[in-house]
Design a protein around this ligand. Structure first.
Ligand code: SF4
Length: 395
């Protein structure tokens, strides 16, 4: 089975206040060594897979370069990453090849380099078309720059473009959110991702919000109810514009769904390289269904060769994953397929949970498919917990 490759580039020009990823601002001096290490890991992929108890074939049908901001790399470094992928794996000519870009980093040199690397999809971290909102969280671009970058991508033939938006940025209002949605639709980009602001200890803005402070414009962050309203508005507006919701946070015009990201939700194999880049491979032994593993989540530990963390996926875990990953998709999960794969007995408890969730208005069953309702999508974490074994929730 062909698999997907994810490569993490944890370097950014500045650290956005809401960002809880393993990315940061580092000296350019480390870029070269990092690329060397990632390329060495790719050359060693088969052995690493074996050591983890996973299986890979050589065929690759999607590549996703994320981070971080991959386009801060030098063109030579970017091209070295891609030439290593192509020398180590058999990349399908039809592969979806995505690079995440921060608006404002697409220099003419980088654009040419993306083309030389065969990149055919770009994901732009726009977050907001309102300059005040983008600036408040430390983004370095404005609306004009985003529109310019989209035009330049199209001029060189890269038309498969994703726009990332965040609902819940400081200063956001119903009107300003509507403006960002309208601008997004007006670009005619075929893919849009809408995330709700995450409030946790892993970002500066999150910590400030939890502490009730005012730094990073925290006191201008809309309340939870408004964020939920923004999300609902996005679902309605984008769907009406022909950009259908196919996953909790993702919307696409027909046949522009992200093939790479679909692997995550449908439990297809993928191999991640670089800081905090997660992998999921089918198991070579019959004892477990699959293996998940990830290298260190800090640059320092990754560069010093810290061992990857391995998590075997038992049959029970695979069933739970099928529910909480598959239910992220608008089409939901096929109960018939699950019963063929895991047996009717294994599905007794999930069936009972579905019955309760249907009564609560969080799920619905259409024919053979169980799916989230729009309220279920808003409360998805609550729904997913119902499909986890009790001991896993306690953990
Ligand atoms: S550009 Fe993206 S990865 Fe980098 S700090 Fe901002 S949100 Fe995080």
């Amino acid at each position: 089975m062909a698999f997907g490759i994810y490569i993490s580039v944890p370097f950014c020009r500045t650290k956005c206040s809401y960002c809880n990823f393993a990315s940061d601002v580092f000296s350019r001096a480390v870029f070269d060594r990092y690329v060397d290490r990632v390329c060495a890991d790719m050359a060693n992929a088969s052995q690493a897979a074996r050591e983890m108890g996973g299986h890979i074939e050589n065929a690759v049908d999607s590549i996703y370069l994320g981070g971080g901001t991959p386009t801060v790399l030098e063109t030579e470094q970017l091209e070295r990453v891609f030439s290593t992928v192509r020398s180590q794996f058999d990349v399908s000519p039809e592969a979806e090849i995505t690079v995440e870009c921060a608006p404002g980093t697409l220099t003419p040199g980088i654009l040419e380099s993306l083309l030389r690397c065969g990149v055919n999809r770009v994901s732009l971290g726009v977050q907001s078309f309102v300059d005040q909102e983008a600036a408040a969280v430390g983004r370095l671009h404005n609306r004009e720059k985003v529109l310019e970058d989209i035009a330049r991508l199209r001029a060189v033939g890269i038309t498969n473009i994703n726009i990332d938006l965040i609902a819940g940025l400081p200063h956001q209002t119903a009107d300003s959110w509507e403006f960002s949605l309208a601008e997004t639709i007006a670009t005619t980009a075929p893919h849009v991702s809408v995330y709700m602001l995450e409030v946790d200890e892993d970002s500066r803005l999150g910590r400030e919000l939890l502490a009730g402070g005012t730094r990073y414009h925290a006191h201008f962050v809309p309340d939870e109810e408004s964020m939920a309203d923004f999300y609902i508005a996005a679902c309605e507006r984008l769907t009406k514009a022909g950009i259908a919701q196919y996953e909790i946070s993702n919307f696409a015009r027909e046949s522009f769904e992200s093939r790479h990201n679909l692997k995550y939700w449908t439990r297809q194999p993928y191999f991640g390289f670089g800081v905090d880049a997660h992998s999921m491979l089918l198991s070579v032994t019959g004892e477990v269904e699959a293996v998940r593993f990830a290298p260190a989540d800090s640059l320092e530990r990754y560069m010093s060769g810290a061992a990857s963390q391995r998590t075997p996926v038992s049959r029970q875990s695979a069933l739970e994953e099928s529910f909480f990953l598959g239910l992220r998709l608008a089409q939901g999960i096929s109960l018939r397929e699950l019963s063929e794969r895991f047996g009717d007995e294994a599905l007794q408890e999930p069936h009972a949970a579905i019955g309760e969730l249907v009564k609560d208005g969080l799920m619905e069953v259409r024919g053979d498919f169980a799916q989230l309702t729009s309220r279920g999508r808003l409360l998805s974490n609550e729904v997913f917990e119902r499909f986890l074994a009790a001991d896993e929730i306690v953990r």
